[in-house]
Write a protein that binds this ligand. Sequence first.
Ligand code: ADP
Ligand code: MG
Length: 578
Amino acid sequence: MSDKDKKKGDAPEFPEQVTGMYILAHALKNVGLDCMYGVCGIPVTGLSYLCQEYGVRYIGFRFEQQAGMAAATHGYLTKTPGLLLTVSSLGFMNGLTATVNATVNCYPMIQISGSSAREPVDMDQGGYEDLDQLNVAKPLVKAAYRVNKLEDLPIAVARAYRAAVSGRPGGVYLDVVETMLSETVDRDVAEKWLFKPVDPCPAMIPSAESADRAVDMLANAKRPAILLGKGAAYAQVDEKIKTLIESSGIPFYPMSMAKGLMPDNHPLSALSCRSTIMEKADVVMLVGARLNWLLERGHGKWNPEGKFIQLDIDPVEMDRNRPIAAPVIGDLDSSLSLILEKLKGRKLAMDADWVPGLQKETKEKNAEFARRLAEHAKDRPMTHWTALGAMKPILEKNPDVIIVNEGANTLDDTRDTIDMFLPRHRIDCATWAIMGLGMGSCVGAAIATGKSVVAIEGDSAFGFSGMDFATICRFHLPVTVVVFNNGGIYNGIGVNLSHNGDPAPTTLDIDAHYEKIGEAFGAKGYYVTTPEELSAALTEAIASKKPNFIHVQLAADSGKQSGHIGYLNPEPLQNIIV
Ligand code: ADP
Ligand code: MG
């Protein structure tokens, strides 16, 4: 309006004002973060609405921890940070468990949490939902920042992004103070603060010397093996890994979430020969895998004369448990490029009978495994093996379905039974061996990739996240949740030592009808008691591309304590829990 058009009495014109929430939403968009998982409430409800308005997709959950599992899975599958939005105090704490788990697993994610006004927190005056969230988060996550000033918001988002994805990926906490979120500033001023960070995940080039050392060791090995971890799957260097393995002819062993990075049935797969690899290999090349508990103790014994090459982005990972003879520090893309170049034309000293020996063992073990599945096909009520035997051919016919898997026996037996053929198609309990990642991971996987998901869940594991099946339904995601109900933690036959008739500590609900949880939210529910019914239900469910819920009734005595890791569970008395 020009001065001339203004009538007497018109309100004076002010520059357009924007809030902290506006700046934050735009800063996220600016770094390319356009999907957020969360549970809104005070003080971030307005932020969730603004994010939607400005094109950041908002996926609302029932439980912050599950929203966090979704964000973590999103980060793992896309190599960009997944976003989690939480409210102050308990919402923050609920979400933090997932952010910490992401940090342990090296998945990039950013938890943005509203926090209450600073002064009453610092003075311990009993403010609304008061908690010093920054200092709670700080020791547990990769990086943590608190934003008190509007102009710091774009800087904070850029730093959080860099911290989450660069170097070893992890979880980052971003604390946004309620009073700052609602502050206002001229729009023109705010626009000038916004910027796009340059090269937020820079390449980390390994030294030529470290690559030479690794290549020499590999070339001179008699019984070499390549151990692939979820860091290798995360790095999205699928072609380079394939070239390394196929051009060298060195056998590989995938850790759980690296299954499918190379097809499980590849002629060089030593998936069925874990003990032989550990006991006999003279050089093991770790690619994005850590020598932690999963590769020690009850999980086998390494050849005392064996040596390790380790390709990792984090220098501090070297010599963590065992001396690493050839550390190669760099991002896997750069490290593998260099190693492939240096391996070209090198003659390998590998024993001629190493791979044929592993292939013979694989054939024998696989035949034995098939015999076991066939033997259990007639179990009624069904056991884990009956159910998995029925699911195996269907899932293997649909290799592009992402599998989410948790439980004790349900986890171990599924991992052993279902072959994987594509990278990043298996999400599970990972490094901490946690329970309670199910529904959130299903949502994150389906949203991040647009693919169909099948969750294979123990009945106990499902209970941790079950309510967020509602989120799967609300967003019409192509997710089928399969619950293996054997009526308890490990199984449903815990010996009852109570003096008052209370159920045993490990006993849950063998007679429950979990499929009705699916039906309650509009999904198709199936209750199956035979492998034929399970096959039919799973086939129909995957084809529907809609939310489905399959309750698989198992025998209460199917499954043993802690699955494959019973040795970690001290028992009060022998033979109490079978
Ligand atoms: P697994 O449980 O499958 O053995 P881990 O989570 O223990 O896998 O190990 C993953 C490793 O991969 C971590 O040490 C991490 O630092 C490393 N890593 C993650 N991303 C990259 C990358 N882009 N380049 C190199 N190493 C990476
Ligand atoms: Mg169970």
